[in-house]
Design a protein around this ligand. Structure first.
Ligand SMILES: [Mn+2]
Length: 427
């Protein structure tokens, strides 16, 4: 394969030649749930540079391994499974994988069970033509899965997807896992590249591109759009590069040769819907502040507006004397009477590990699975309501149900926020 030769090139890690000057601002983070990214914290320049070099060689090694895996799986059909509410990092990487795999005559479908909720994610998919499809747990049951020979997990390890069980039950083998959240469980796959110290999966995928797995070409519109999507993913997982480390900057520098700054700007300019604004308003009205934590329950919201929760948390954490915000609500899917409590945490406190905090606050379900987790600065949780789902035509019942969940979540949070206080009182 002609790709082999390009592995030799170290040129690909050199600096950009035609930088795209415009750096658009404003970037709201899309939600990321579950799992943890432990971080490295390089101190001192020498250490940083050393890590950088070592990581480059790991990146090359992993790229070679991935290429071998792709060769073994030529002519297959594969499913790329994303988390239920995919974020730009996941979406852009899945697309990149699809384009890389195409060269080996591997046909991939990118699927997710939930919805594209954040206005920027909708804009990303629309404006770039990103080929992701929504398959609900019902849809997948009606599909003939026997035509797929493998599945891939990208930017997740299967713990945040409702589709995993169906795919496993159909006997489809896991071919590859590429992620930057910390390892959840031992995963049996032909190819595993899980690097928790990397801030975005988009960085890992950009390194594959640099290693020659796909030669980007600025004259191919799809490549430009994919590079733009990767840039968006990278920026959004690093808080506009503010939490980026050397590797992420190197990746962004490489992408800057190909991405379309105007297109990225258009994606970032996507406006919030009125309903999202209303949820943010509710979070402001309902918040209680204790010990620099701002906590707000926002009641019921529609499935499509789920992303209003992290956006409200992003907003609440900007208040003076607040370092951490937690916003939660009951998200309901009218179609199948499904209800789930969804929450988001945002923190600017360096010593607060969102993953630890959420795991400690909410614990595990009966199967030992945590209700949530996080990465640097952000975390999320999902608590299924099971038997208590639905029945909301009865408004007294709906209100009572919300009050119980609201009180329980506050208790659990305040126990950590304010261990000595009577946890139920609010200020
Ligand atoms: Mn990510």
């Amino acid at each position: 394969m002609q790709l082999n030769s390009s592995f030799k090139q170290s040129e690909s890690f050199s600096l950009t030649k035609e930088p795209n000057p415009e750096e658009p601002e404003v970037d709201k983070e899309a939600e990321v749930t579950i799992t943890r990214p432990s971080l490295p914290a390089s101190t001192g320049e020498g250490v940083g540079i050393y890590l950088g070099q070592r990581n480059n060689s790991l990146a090359f090694q992993k790229s070679e391994e991935l290429q071998k895996t792709l060769l073994l799986h030529r002519h297959e059909r594969q499913l790329i499974i994303l988390q239920d509410f995919p974020d730009p990092d996941a979406l852009s990487c899945a697309w990149t994988y699809q384009l890389i795999a195409q060269q080996y005559d591997i046909k991939c479908e990118i699927i997710y069970a939930g919805t594209l909720s954040h206005q920027e994610n909708i804009a990303l998919v629309k404006l770039t033509g990103l080929p992701a499809q929504r398959w609900t747990p019902q849809t997948i049951k009606g599909k003939d899965l026997s035509c797929y020979q493998g599945f891939i997990l990208i930017d997740n390890q299967g713990t945040t997807s409702q589709l995993l069980t169906s795919v496993q039950q159909a006997g489809i083998p896991l071919v590859a896992v590429i992620d930057h959240h910390s390892l959840q469980t031992e995963l049996k796959a032909d190819f595993v590249d899980v690097r928790p110290y990397v801030r975005a999966t988009a960085t890992i995928f950009t390194q594959y591109l640099q290693a020659g797995l796909l030669g980007l070409d600025s004259s191919i519109s799809q490549h430009v759009k994919c590079a733009t999507a990767l840039m968006h993913g990278l920026r959004s997982d690093t808080n506009r590069l503010m939490q980026a480390q050397e590797e992420d900057f190197m990746a962004a520098a490489y992408l800057s040769r190909f991405y379309d700054a105007q297109l990225l700007n258009a994606i970032l300019q996507a406006n919030r819907s009125k309903r999202v604004m209303d949820v943010i308003e509710r979070s402001l009205k309902n918040r209680i502040v204790q010990n620099n934590f701002s906590i707000a329950g926002v009641g019921y919201l529609r499935y499509d507006d789920r992303d209003a929760i992290p956006q409200a948390a992003d907003f609440l954490v900007t208040e003076e004397n607040v370092h951490t915000a937690v916003v939660y609500g009951i998200v309901h899917d009218e179609d199948d009477e499904l209800e789930v409590v969804i929450g988001s945490l945002r923190t600017t406190k360096l010593t607060l590990d969102p993953d630890e905090f959420i795991k400690e606050a909410f614990g595990q379900d009966s199967t030992g699975r945590f209700f949530g987790g996080g990465r640097t600065g952000a975390g999320g949780f999902e608590i299924p309501m099971g038997f208590l789902s639905g029945g909301n035509e009865n408004s007294a019942y709906a209100r009572m149900k919300w009050e119980v969940f609201d009180a329980q979540i506050k208790q659990k949070l305040l126990r950590l926020v304010n261990p000595k206080d009577n946890p139920i009182q609010s200020e």
